[in-house]
Design a protein around this ligand. Structure first.
Ligand code: HEM
Ligand code: HEM
Length: 185
């Protein structure tokens, strides 16, 4: 196997690792926030922090290897749109865990990695069971960014999947046409 094949394989594996983790965390996040499934919060936070290491590795990989060329021919508009969505997705994958950590940390809820505490909870002595924010500004900013970017990124991912399926379909049609043309010679 050539070096180029190995690099392509690593790039693709990182894409799928981050893609699957990101989709799963978005679904769990939306579910737990809407039905107040408190037991899922520490799992969501731990998985998000764990995924951040793969996300940072992927960002370094992209900066080092550059952006891959599209496998199918695209119009100028499609190329530009894909470029914007891909960059948004890459930035979004960093923004989500970072804003989540700011929100959970600054709000006083704290977070950890599967039981290993990274930022401690800040219990309110006046109200048992409640927490006191360490910093209201960073807590509110983290919450807003995590929520708004979360829903915007779900839309961007759906657009990205639709484009990938369309490319897959075009590539399949092109292959079929080539086979048919060869058959009729
Ligand atoms: C790639 C990683 C992550 C993704 C894709 C993600 C996605 C989401 C989404 C879509 C929501 C629902 C939107 C909302 O109501 O806020 C959510 C909620 C939440 N996330 Fe994340 N998240 C990630 C990482 C993290 C991390 C690392 C933390 C904290 C350490 C965190 C803490 C939270 C909290 C506390 C909520 C509930 C917010 C509420 O109750 O309003 N998330 N997440
Ligand atoms: C089922 C889900 C997904 C499918 C089928 C898919 C498919 C693809 C394909 C085929 C490409 C190459 C594009 C081209 O040739 O022009 C690509 C690139 C890319 N995808 Fe996805 N993807 C999925 C989910 C995601 C998710 C969830 C993210 C991030 C949140 C993501 C981020 C990216 C980025 C940033 C690129 C640009 C190239 C690169 O950095 O590797 N994808 N995806």
């Amino acid at each position: 196997m050539s070096h180029k094949d190995i690099f392509n394989r690593i790039g693709r594996s990182l894409h799928w690792l981050v893609a699957i983790g990101f989709i799963a965390l978005s679904l769990v996040g939306i579910y737990m926030a809407n039905v107040e499934a408190w037991a899922l919060y520490p799992v969501h936070k731990s998985m998000g922090i764990l995924l951040l290491s793969a996300i940072l590795l992927r960002v370094c990989w992209r900066l080092w290897r550059g952006w891959p060329e599209s496998a199918v021919p695209q119009s100028r508009i499609e190329r530009m749109l894909a470029k914007i969505v891909h960059r948004l997705l890459l930035v979004g994958t960093v923004l989500m865990p970072v804003s989540g950590m700011f929100y959970s940390g600054a709000s006083g809820h704290g977070f950890g990695l599967f039981g290993w505490q990274l930022v401690a909870e800040n219990p309110d002595p006046q109200r048992p069971g409640q927490v006191l924010a360490y910093d209201d500004f960073w807590s509110a900013l983290g919450e807003q960014v995590h929520e708004i970017a979360g829903y915007l990124l779900v839309a961007a991912v759906l657009l990205h999947i639709a484009a990938a399926l369309k490319h897959q379909w075009i590539a399949k049609q092109t292959r079929l046409r080539q086979v048919n043309n060869r058959g009729s010679c």
